[in-house]
Design a protein around this ligand. Structure first.
Ligand code: ZN
Length: 186
């Protein structure tokens, strides 16, 4: 990972890992894909390798990211989905031409129509967002309990009682804050 860049938070759900590339949305936001190259890096880590990315493609990616964030947040709290967010997600899904490939080892790979087609990768992310927002996949959208985060995440725990978008960051911080508050009171 190049120095000077914040690490990616890798989750198991593609769409919400993607919205997590802007973290601490209600605190001091951290942009984890500040340059086209960082989007290339993120896509590679997430099985959607491209060989290049233009500034315009990065803009498309960020627009999709914010649309997913808005729609997933609305879905998590039971609000109507914002029309513009729905349109952006659908546009990206329609314009993606990635194919799912089954490897001989039984794994799924994504094959993009061309190695420079960031739009194909965004189509895969948009389709993943549609899956979780529409309830097609087993799980529940919820908002992170950290007041500086409030990220929408997809809870696949059996009890559906997960509180934080990410145990290693938000979860740990909240636990520490509670621990310190308890000790101050004593
Ligand atoms: Zn969080």
């Amino acid at each position: 990972m190049p120095a000077g860049f914040p690490d990616f938070r890798l989750g198991t759900v593609l769409a919400t890992s993607f919205t997590g590339t802007l973290s601490e949305r209600h605190g001091d936001p951290v942009e984890r894909i500040p340059t086209p190259q960082r989007l290339v890096d993120w896509l590679e880590v997430n099985g959607l390798a491209v060989d290049s990315c233009t500034p315009a493609q990065l803009d498309l990616a960020r627009e999709l990211r914010e649309a997913i964030h808005a729609a997933a947040t609305a879905a998590a709290i039971g609000d109507a989905l914002p029309t513009s967010a729905v349109r952006i997600i659908n546009d990206r899904s329609i314009h993606g031409r990635a194919a799912a490939i089954l490897t001989s080892e039984g794994h799924r790979r994504w094959r993009l129509s061309s190695p420079s087609c960031v739009e194909d990768a965004l189509g895969v992310i948009a389709a993943d967002a549609i899956d979780i927002i529409s309830g097609e996949r087993d799980g529940k959208l919820a908002l992170c309990g950290s007041p500086t985060c409030r990220a929408a995440f997809f809870d696949t725990s059996q009890s559906r009682t997960r509180k934080w978008c990410d145990m290693n960051t938000c979860g740990n911080r909240q636990k520490k804050a509670r621990f310190n508050a308890t000790h101050r009171r004593r």
